[in-house]
Structures are given as C-alpha cells and as structure tokens.
Design a protein. Sequence first.
Length: 740
Amino acid sequence: MPKFSLSSLVRLVIELALLACLLTDAAGWIEIPGLTQLERWVYDARVRLFLPQTRDPRIVIVDVDEKSLSAEGYWPWGRDKLALMVHQLFARYRVRVVAFDTAFPETDPNAGLPVLEAAASGELRDDTAFQAFFERMRPLLDRDRLFAEEIQKHPVVLGFLVSAQAERAAVLPPPAFPASALADAQYSYFSAPGYSGNIAPLQAAATAAGHLYAALDPDGVTRSVPMFMQVGDDFFEAMSLAVLRVYLGNAPIKLERTIVVSGGRKVGWMRSVKIGDTVSIPLDERMAALIPFRAPGSYRYVSATDVIRGTLGADELKDRIVLVGTSARGLVDVRATPTQEDLPGVEIHASLISGALDNAVKSRPTETLAIAMLTILLVGIPFAILLRRLSALAATLAVAGVLAVLLAVNAWAWQARNLVLPLGGPLLMLTGLYFLDVVWGYFAETRHRRLLTDLFGTYVPKEIVAEMAEHPEEYSMHGQSVDMTVLFADIRDFTSIAETRTPQDLKDLINTFFTRMTVCIQDKRGIVDKYIGDAIMAFWGAPIRDAEHARHALECSLAMQKALRELDPLFDRKHWPALRIGVGLNCGTMSVGDMGSDFRRSYTVMGDAVNLASRLQDLTKEYGVGVLVSENIVRAVPDFVYREVDKVRVKGKREGVAVFEPLGAQGEVPADTLLDVARFHEVLAHFRERRWDDAEALLKGLAAAAPEVKLYRLYRARITQFRASPPDADWDGVFGYTTR
C-alpha cells in the first residue's frame, strides 16, 4: 500500500476533488459555467486553427454595400429595383439560385400606387384623362406585383425573421413538418412565438423561404444555426437549408432520429437531416448545426449596383449560388463569431451552404459524455496518484506526452472525421494536476523565500530581496558605479497643509499619496529608495539593469502628475486639499550599493548626479512647473518635447546646466503648445543676447494667453531688473542659485 504523508494526503484530496468536479460536469449532473466557457474557447481555437483557406467558387454574395447605397439610393430599395436585380441575375448572369438575407413583411414603402388610387377614387374620379393614365400606369406602379412576378419565374429563396415577442407580421412559408411529427418522444429545440414573414404575394411566388435566426451562445458568440425552429405549431427550416434543397433540384429531406429511454421517459435526438442522396447535415441535441466557418475572403463579394447595371462579365456568376446581403455600416448585420467579432451575417448562411455541400459540417458524437468521463477516469486518477512520485522533469514529460496524444487524437477527429471531441475538461484536468504537483513540490522553497523576503524586507527594498532569492549568484550588494536615473518628488506647501489637519487625517492623506505615487514608480520599473517626510526618492537602472532607465523615469514623472489629478475626486470627498508636486529628474553615473551603519543599512544611490536631481526638484517651485529634468535626460530621451526653462548654477556647482520641462512624447503634444514652446525659446534667445525689448514683447503675448504661467512672470521680472541693473559684460545667461 502506498504511504501518504499528511501533506501528500491533502494534495491527493485536492486533486481528487478537482477530478470529481470535472467528472460531474462531464456526466451532465451539474454544469460548471467556467468549464463550459472553457470548452467554447477551445472549440473556437480549433475553428481558427483549421480554417479552410481556399475560396469557394460556388457561392457569391451580392452585397448591398456603401457603393450600392450611393449609386441606387437609401435602403430599402423599391421592389421594382429588386425585380430588376433578380432579372439580371438569372437572364444575364444565369445563376442557379438566389436567396435574400432579409424579409419583406410590408408592402413596398416607395411605391406611389396608394396615392394614385386614392386620387382616382376621390377628386379625380371624373377626370377621364387621369383615369386613362392611371390604368396605363397601374401595372408599373404595383412594384410588389412586379417583384413577385419576377421571383416566380426563377428559383428564389426568401428569408423571414423570428422574434421573442408575440407580434406577428405577414405570412410564413409552408412548414418543414408539424410539431405533431415529434410526438413520439421529448425533443429539445429552438422556438419563437413571433415572426416577421413576407407579404403574401411574395411568399406565394418564392420557391422557398427559411428563417434567418443564428443561435447566440451565453458569451454572445454565434457558433451554430438551428436547422429547424418551432414557430407556433410547426417547424420551419433555416434559409441555408432551403437554399441547399433548391440548389439540389428541390431535393426531398430525410430526418434521422434517435430515441432512447431515460428515467422512464422517451428522449429524442434529431441526429441529422439528409438532403437528397448526397448531402447530410449533422445536428446537435437542439436540431442546430455547427457553422463550418471559412477564412476571411472565402466568398466573392459583388456590389449590388454592378449586378443591377450589368457591369459584370456575363459568365462571371454562371451557375453560382447567390446570397443577397449587406456589409454597409448603416445596415448593421454583423455577428460575433469564433473567426471575427463583426462577421457579416450573410457569411453564416454561406458557410453552412458551403460546408454542407462538402459534407464538412462538424458534430459532437453521441458518445461525447462517455469519452469525457473515460478520459478523466483513465488518465486523471492515475496521474493524481503517480505524479507525486515523479521528479519535476519526469512529471513534465509525462504530462506533455499525454497532452500531445490528446491534442493529436482531437485534431485527427476534427479534420478526418468532422467530430468535435471534448477538450476543455481534459486540458483543465492535466494542467490542474500538473500545476498542483509543481506548486506543492516547491511549496517549501517558496515558503522559505517568502520568509527571507519578510525578514530582510525590513532593511532593504523587497524588490532587491526577491531578486536575491531568485538568482542569488547574480546579485551583489557591493558598491559600484552604474549609469542610472534618479527621481525626487516633493509636495508643494506641505507645511501649511499639515498645520490644518489632525494627525490621523494627515497620516491617511500622506499614505494615500505615497501609495498612488509608488504604483506609478513600480509600473515603470522603478524602485522606491525612501520616503523623506513628504518627499519620495526613486531610482532606475539597478540592481536590475535597464537600458531605458531614463525613458522609464521620465514617463513615470509625467504619470505621477496625471495620477495626482486622478486623486482629486477622492481628496474632495474626504475634504482634503488638492496636492501639487514638484519632480526633479537626472541621469548619469552614480554610486549604488548597500550603505549605512552596523545598525541599519539600505540599498541606495549617491553622487553628484543624485544631488542635481534633488536641486532640480527644489527649482520646480521657482519656475512654477511640475517636472524639471537635466540636459542629460534630454539627450537620453530625444523623442520627447521639452521646453527649456533656464540655465542655472546650483549651489555647490561651478558650471551652469540647462534645465527643461518635459511636455510629452512627440506626436502627442498639441500644436498650440508646440507653438508656445517655440516662442518661449525665442524669448530665451533674445534674453541671453540682452535684447530685452524683443524678449519682453514676446513674453507679453505669451502671458496674455496664459497669465497663470509663473515662468513668464519670472522672466518679465528679470528683464525689469536687468534694465535697471544690467548684468556684467561676461554674463553667460546662467542664473545662479545660492540656496539649496
């Protein structure tokens, strides 16, 4: 007898519970919605993987497209125009069958006959000339009659709509069979209480008609079409089935049924519908057929106006099945399908016709439940018991081997036998068992790493600990010089904010602020070095090397400003003041490593490049901007738009540095902002060349358009000061700051 530790026993119980859930779902005792949806997704994946890539020349779609609407007028067109289309298709192009992917439940709304009839029986009843004219024109104005006479001459199939409402309009075609034909057992099927059929003259003239309903699965995707649907006391065929019958010479249909006794009652299943001697369509338990989708471009689309006007070659449509549908955006007739989210509805009918003619309609075998249950029992239970005894490599190879066999058998059944075997449950079973085995096998190591992270995370950032635990051989906390980017962010006027809040309120405010800013930093792969009062220090480029550290930090600085404004509604509800921050950014060579004392250490950065970023953060309030970056950042990330703000000499530095305000990525900054930036750069050029009047003239225009911009006021004040006290002759345009 195999021996089980407590840990192994718990794992086995969990695995058997998983198998029990899958087994009860496969047997049909309960339905697990997530598993059912997984089966749908796996089915969709097979549809896309095995899509036929060739065009079917037998079917042509006459498209009421934008071109046709522009040339022939708004839809619906007059029935005389439709009559002309039908005449052209059969007389000029010699097609085999024409089907309309629409219904005609009302008389022609464009005809003027009712108006003339009213006049002929009213005010003009004694007008001999009008009466004679009316008698001559009556046949031409009765457009429904013209359309009916034309479709009566040819094999034309009409569609009709079904509705969940009880309203009924126009008439239906003769039924495929009455409901009483299914009295021998209990069947499942689609039904609808209401419909919009075709007006009687058109329905009587048509060779056949079928419903246009395509089944919608709970996830909103169409995968099947009911071949027979109950409306009232009768069952009616789908339009695609009607087209097939007509195309095959009005071939009779034969229904193949299976009846079993379950729980003392007879349960029937319409297994298939056979059309003539050559075509058979397998049906599911609700008399629906899976749609055999084809790849995009599998059917030729012809603009309806080209057919009406006869601009196509006479032999281009010969012997084709023609489906009249629409792809025009204003006449929305699209479906979400496994192949695309907006497939024109007419292609669903085309795919069913094409697949049926090729006997390529997929079906789920009667033994589907038995196959699913046997797979779980014969594979799942041995795996649950034996996987724990295998090494990680052996377990991986065993699962991969069984999975490969399962997929191969499934693919063979799909392609060679047109069978849809259950796959979602077995996939979930194998991956679930393997996942549990891997997770449980490495549970002790994972727990050890978590304890290590919790222990050392008190002293150094958890990101560093996580990397150290993952790849300790690659990690070093020794000091080193690395090209990095550092960021400082500070809340403006925080002292005055703190003076008006209670300690608890202030704690909640600052925690909310730090949390949101930290999310921005981590989203851009940065590491928070420390929180300094109301300020944040973060860096990029170590310990994990990042070639794009300057770009990530720059994107983070702009994201922080945006995130701060997104906090405004929350702050307003809590009666907190809206916050503003200044952000300073610089990149360059910095010292990074484990620094501190014997009592407390921290993984941090130091150096002149770090100090400059801190100085830039302080200068943001001097210029009234949200973000200031150094020229190093500008060189490292050249595809952003920057406004040069000044050349400054910060405390502790002898050389002046140019500082810039980033405005956004190129192509995302508005044109008027770009114009303002260009004008301000002209101001700087005039200012540094001591052309005070030229600089001030441009500044006045900028300040008039944006009086709230502090930068413009600052330079106007400098100009006023320099006019009164001109700078030295060797002045280089650099402004010196003596404070931090």
